[in-house]
Ligand binder design. Structure first.
Ligand code: PLP
Length: 376
């Protein structure tokens, strides 16, 4: 049987019963389950604000847009970011005519604070941190750099649903944290995301911008009988970025099991790590800092013959992935060629092994044996 990288697992009956409530009520859009999900997400994460969106890409865009507008950043101002990420991270910077300045990665595959500091200029306004695969890397050092240089911190937490440090959900230092509940993330829906601003006024803005700039408050206040309920004002050129109740229904069920599922992901990672221990000369595992409980959205190894190993694993019906292609190798971002030598090297050596709720110890052992056989 083929072994896939990701197989999202849903509690089908529970999801259907949540969705059924939406259908019976006749409310599948924004409101109802989306509000419930936002409240439960705030309770779970202890972030002060949360707004449910149709994707993390939308959330990253709003994060950059609102900070730029509110803080008076100018076109071509800079955000220091990672080249080892899904392109959404860096597209969000370009959407707002800012410049992604790429910094190199460390052994955690996350931003290297030393290199980040060397790339801060007069024009730098923020740092965009990605917790690769749920790993926090040197996130706290990056947060300290932001304090030292008075920069904003945006946390792309697309992989970090449920990631903890010393028992707490990560991200309280960040100005804004963005989660993804895309179809194959560790808390999957169909597509959706959450934006969590530290500042309440920015959260209010995010709500307006995510719904075409519609401001309901103005008119709903003017007539207590509700004669003007249908009418609203438009203060801003907003977007159609809001989440809906069907996706939220699936997310609500996923959230109930998030800690349980992440614990099993960490178990899988431990099995892999133990199996690879004796083969450190040819298979390098990615460390996780002390006191970090990773969501373990990904399990990544580093090998000398990545492309060949991928082929061999495919021949054996094992289908790993690569997270990610170095963004600087895309023509859109090739202005930064040569600025991140570690990423240039590591991005050709990494491989993401299957990790999902249906994997058994026996399957993990089979995958590791196959990897060990073909890694050089
Ligand atoms: C998946 C992902 C995104 C985008 O999430 P969507 O919800 O699909 O828009 C952004 N950043 C990273 C690191 C991701 O893995």
């Amino acid at each position: 049987m083929a072994i896939q990288l990701f197989v999202p697992t849903f509690r089908v009956e529970e999801c259907l019963s949540e969705i059924k409530e939406c259908l019976e009520k006749g409310w599948t859009g924004m409101g109802f389950k989306t509000v419930d999900f936002e409240n439960k997400w705030k309770e779970y994460t202890r972030h002060p604000n949360a707004h449910y969106l149709n994707s993390a890409t939308a959330g990253l865009h709003l994060a950059v847009k609102i900070l730029k507008e509110q803080l008076g950043w100018e076109d071509n101002d800079e955000i220091v970011t990672t080249p080892l990420t899904f392109v959404s991270t860096n597209h969000a910077i370009l959407y707002e005519n800012l410049k992604p300045v790429f910094s190199d990665i460390d052994e955690y595959l996350c931003l290297d604070p030393k290199d980040v500091e060397s790339k801060i200029t007069e024009k730098t306004k923020a740092i965009m941190f990605v917790g690769m695969g749920g790993n926090i890397g040197r996130y706290y050092d990056i947060a300290n750099l932001c304090k030292k240089y008075n920069l904003k911190l945006i946390l792309d937490a697309a992989h970090m649903s449920g990631s903890r440090y010393n028992g707490d959900i990560v991200g309280k230092e960040a100005d804004v944290v963005v989660y993804s509940f895309q179809a194959v993330k560790n808390l999957p829906t169909g597509d959706s995301g959450m934006i969590c601003f530290k500042d309440k006024t920015y959260d209010d803005l995010a709500r307006k911008y995510a719904w075409l700039g519609i401001n309901k408050d103005t008119y709903s206040r003017t007539d207590s009988k509700g004669n003007y309920k249908w009418e609203y004002n438009i203060d801003y050129l907003g977007y159609k970025y809001n989440g809906n109740s069907i996706m939220a229904a699936i997310g609500l069920v996923g959230l109930k099991y998030l800690d349980h599922d992440n614990a099993y992901r960490r178990q899988i990672a431990t099995w892999y790590n133990d199996n690879f221990k004796e083969y450190a000369d040819k298979i390098k595992t990615i460390p996780i800092p002390d006191n970090c409980e990773s969501s373990q959205h990904l399990y990544i190894i580093e090998v000398n013959n990545r492309d060949e190993l991928l082929e061999k694993l495919n021949e054996n019906e094992i289908y790993p992935g690569v997270h990610y292609k170095n963004n600087i190798e895309y023509s859109l971002y090739d202005y930064a060629k040569g600025t991140c030598p570690n990423t240039d090297r590591i991005s050709h050596r990494i491989l993401s092994l299957p990790i999902h709720m249906r994997l058994t110890k026996a399957t993990v052992d089979h995958v590791t044996e196959t990897v060990i056989r073909f890694a050089k």
